[in-house]
Ligand binder design. Structure first.
Ligand code: ADP
Ligand code: MG
Length: 506
């Protein structure tokens, strides 16, 4: 009996033991689920906070538009009057299509360096032939000396010219357009001193020196018989090419490694140079809009930290929210914080902790991944960031972060463009400056160039969408046209236009 009782006890004990074990497992499961739920909640919270911080409702965009207009006025009123430098380019004639001959150009100012040759056939024949050679700028040159940097450029040009001449025979024209995409204070169309470096360049002995003289010296050292006819910014080159093909082009925007814009301004609106400018038409103004700032810009703690860790703190605030150099890095910072605070990416000792580990093109690839299982996201996380096996749910979160970063950037570009159009009376809001009756739509073209804009279609869609949101029906008359290699080609065209007897003043 006792045995029977003992048996019951054993059975009871076993049952109790099983129940307890099941309980432990259940508790463990529940606690794991609770933990995982909390992790998700934290990750989702961080993304929601970021999205809110990056908010660009149309009301805010219109405030950015107005701030852009105010700053443009201030920058035109006096030197140092605004964070927008509104630099004079001394370009008062744009190529018109009847230029003839062979011209060269150099394009320096970002990730790639380009050497170009353009052959122009004169009236009605457009660009007959064009050759472009691109190469990345060696990292060490970006922080070297003037002599080394310009020596490198001159040697590449010499190689290029020699190759061309070995094929085509001696080429007569020796005029060169130089695209140098950093803020330069120009004193003529073919001279100017560097004001500051941007986009990771830092060559100390370049300050206060005439950039054209530096290049000219290097060309002479190489034994190259060439004359730098024009010194321009990439935006100005892009505007020139845009205008060459379509005379309604009034502005140009660059969205590549950095961002900037230029436009055609009436000379009498350039208050700071009243009396000094002799022509009464227009002049291209290089805005240097990468440095634009207004408190209406949606700034998050990630932007603040990125700025604090940058070599050019408090500078280029607009650029740091928009351009290719920074978008991937903003996304990385957000993802890293999510990794640390929520552990949804597992081990945080990964590459995600390394500044600039996520480039903007990779960010764009993840954003545009349209496979059902987001396999591009998975593979970039595995290969570039060394984080394997992230679940689909987490991949979706990554795409969301990329979307927020890109959408804000694109919408701010749109606001900037509308700001320019408003300043020159092409946004449909004010009296027409062209003598046309108010309300009559006027076709307006903005030339846009840069690897980010060219290579990232969702970004382009967001720009278009925001322009329509801000301008409504007027947007039907606004056309953004992509140019390729316009920054360099345009410099060659400007060299031609400058040397031409038949200038077409703007
Ligand atoms: P640069 O500014 O040197 O003249 P580009 O206009 O070619 O160069 O722009 C290069 C920059 O554009 C790169 O640094 C990169 O950040 C960005 N970029 C290039 N391709 C893409 C792409 N497919 N998607 C997003 N960004 C891109
Ligand atoms: Mg460029």
């Amino acid at each position: 009996m006792g045995g029977g009782g003992g048996g019951r006890g054993v059975w009871f004990g076993v049952a109790a033991g099983c129940a307890a074990a099941a309980c432990v497992i259940a508790v463990a499961l529940v606690s794991r689920r609770v933990k995982s739920h909390r992790r998700w909640q934290r990750a989702a919270e961080l993304v929601a906070e970021f999205e809110e911080g990056c908010g660009t409702p149309v009301g805010r965009l219109k405030q950015v538009v107005d701030a852009m207009v105010v700053e443009m006025h201030a920058g035109l009123a006096s030197d140092g009057g605004s964070k927008l430098k509104m630099l004079l380019t001394y370009v008062d004639s744009l190529p018109h299509g009847s230029e003839k001959g062979i011209y060269y150009a150099l394009d320096l100012g970002g990730t790639n360096f380009r050497v170009l040759q353009v052959q122009l056939g004169g009236k009605g024949s457009n660009i007959l032939k064009q050759k472009v050679e691109r190469q990345p700028i060696p990292q060490e040159l970006m922080t070297s000396t003037c002599e080394k940097m310009f020596g490198f450029i001159a040697s590449k040009l010499k190689q290029f010219v020699e190759e061309e001449e070995s094929r085509e025979g001696t080429i007569e024209t020796r005029a060169l357009g130089f695209t140098f995409s950093f803020p330069v204070k120009q004193s003529s169309v073919s001279s100017g001193v560097l004001m500051k470096w941007t986009k990771g360049f830092s060559i100390e002995d370049a300050f206060d020196r005439d950039i054209v003289a530096c290049l000219q010296e290097a060309l002479t050292k190489e034994g190259l018989n060439m004359q730098v006819a024009v010194l321009v910014n990439d935006t100005v080159g892009t505007l020139a090419l845009g205008h060459y093909h379509d005379q309604d082009t009034v502005a140009a925007v660059i969205i590549g490694t950095g961002t900037n814009a230029c436009y055609v301004e009436r000379t009498d609106a350039i208050i700071k140079y009243q009396g000094l400018l002799t022509n009464y038409g227009g002049m291209v103004i290089n805005m240097e809009w990468g440095n634009f700032w207004t408190s209406h810009l949606p700034r998050t703690p990630y932007d603040v930290e990125l700025d604090e860790d940058s070599p050019n703190r408090t500078d280029q605030g607009f650029e740091k929210m928009i351009s290719g150099m920074y978008l991937g890095e903003i996304a990385r910072r957000v993802l890293f914080r999510i990794a640390v605070e929520s552990e949804v990416f597992g081990d945080v000792g990964s590459k995600l902790s390394q500044p600039f580990a996520l480039s903007t093109p990779l960010m764009a690839t993840m954003h545009e991944d349209d496979s059902a299982d987001l396999r591009e996201v998975k593979s970039i996380f595995e290969q570039t960031l060394q984080i394997p096996d992230i679940p689909l749910k987490t991949r979706r979160l990554v795409v969301k972060v990329c979307d927020i970063v890109s959408r804000r950037a694109a919408r701010l570009v749109a606001a900037g463009i509308v700001g320019i159009l408003k300043k020159i009376g092409r946004d449909g809001s004010g009296p027409s400056t062209s003598g046309r009756p108010r309300g009559q739509p006027r076709r307006t073209v903005v030339a846009v160039e840069g690897g980010l804009y060219e290579g990232y279609s969702l970004f382009r869609d967001y720009v278009d969408e925001a322009i329509v949101e801000i301008l409504g029906d007027v947007a039907q008359n606004i056309f953004l046209k992509t140019t390729v290699d316009g920054s360099g080609t345009g410099a060659a065209l400007l060299a031609a236009a400058h040397l031409s007897n038949r200038k077409s003043y703007i």
